[in-house]
Design a protein around this ligand. Structure first.
Ligand SMILES: [Zn+2]
Length: 256
């Protein structure tokens, strides 16, 4: 009786551990394919990504810091935020960065939603970004890094690649610049690093620690001989449905 109980408890603990890994693990391909790091070959480089923007104050400051260091990053935007602050999205694209899809609403408990919900979230965001950036998106980052079968199916149906990360700053939670730098500065060639430039629409967030950490992180990576490169160079996949060059040409025609 007791050994059976113990075995049962151990089995259920192992099972819930496995489930947690499958759902939350940034490297988990349990429900479908995803990219969590880039190619380590070639010149040593990493990719920087920013989630939950655009944000009218912190995103422009992130862009200023990146420009000062000649670094190009990927911004996984929330559709609602992109619709609200299209000028910030436009600036991201104009300065040579990439925009990716981070769902329309970044809703809590969305991990339980079905395929149609995820298709809607992804397509609506892609359309909002297309209106501003001139092209539909092809990269999707799951909110909270939570993945499930229906989401994977929607990602496939909408022609997206699911992209997580190798290391994260955990700066979506309350933290300090020192901790953020410590979590990311040990990066290795090919790593995809995750930070936050914005906040989910239903939960305001202080990006101050990220803004303080970013120049220190960029300097630390530089000192270790790691360049910050556009993610498409590391993963060998295009970020947009149409070529970026074509989209930017149109964009400059519109703004001319
Ligand atoms: Zn997010």
């Amino acid at each position: 009786m007791i050994p059976e109980l113990i075995t049962g408890a151990a089995a259920s603990a192992a099972l819930s551990g496995l489930t947690a890994w499958a759902v939350f693990g940034p490297r988990s391909r349990f429900f479908g394919p995803l990219v969590w790091r880039g190619d380590a070959a070639g010149p040593p480089r990493v990719a920087l990504t920013f989630d939950d923007g655009p944000h009218p104050e912190s995103t422009p400051r992130v862009l200023d810091l990146l420009a000062r260091h000649g670094a190009r990053a990927t911004f996984f935007a929330i559709g609602q935020n992109a619709e609200r602050w299209p000028g910030v999205v436009r600036r991201i694209v104009e300065e040579g960065h990439t925009v990716g899809n981070h769902s329309w609403s970044h809703a809590a408990w969305a991990g339980f939603r079905m395929t149609a919900y995820w298709e809607g979230e992804i397509r609506r965001t892609s359309r909002a970004l297309e209106e501003v950036a001139g092209t539909a998106t092809a990269w999707f980052r799951p909110p909270f890094a939570v993945k499930q079968w229906h989401m994977h199916r929607a990602v496939r149906r909408t022609g997206h690649t699911m992209i997580t990360f190798t290391r994260r700053g955990m700066d979506g939670l309350r933290t300090t610049p020192e901790k953020i730098v410590a979590r990311l500065a040990g990066a290795r060639a090919g790593d995809i690093l995750a930070l936050h430039d914005g906040a989910v629409p239903w939960n305001p967030h202080d990006n101050g620690p990220t803004l303080e950490a970013l120049p220190r992180l960029l300097e630390a990576l530089h000192e270790r001989g790691l360049a910050v490169a556009p993610m498409e160079e590391l993963i060998g996949r295009a970020p947009y449905v149409r070529a970026r060059a074509e989209a930017r040409k149109e964009l400059s025609r519109e703004t001319a």
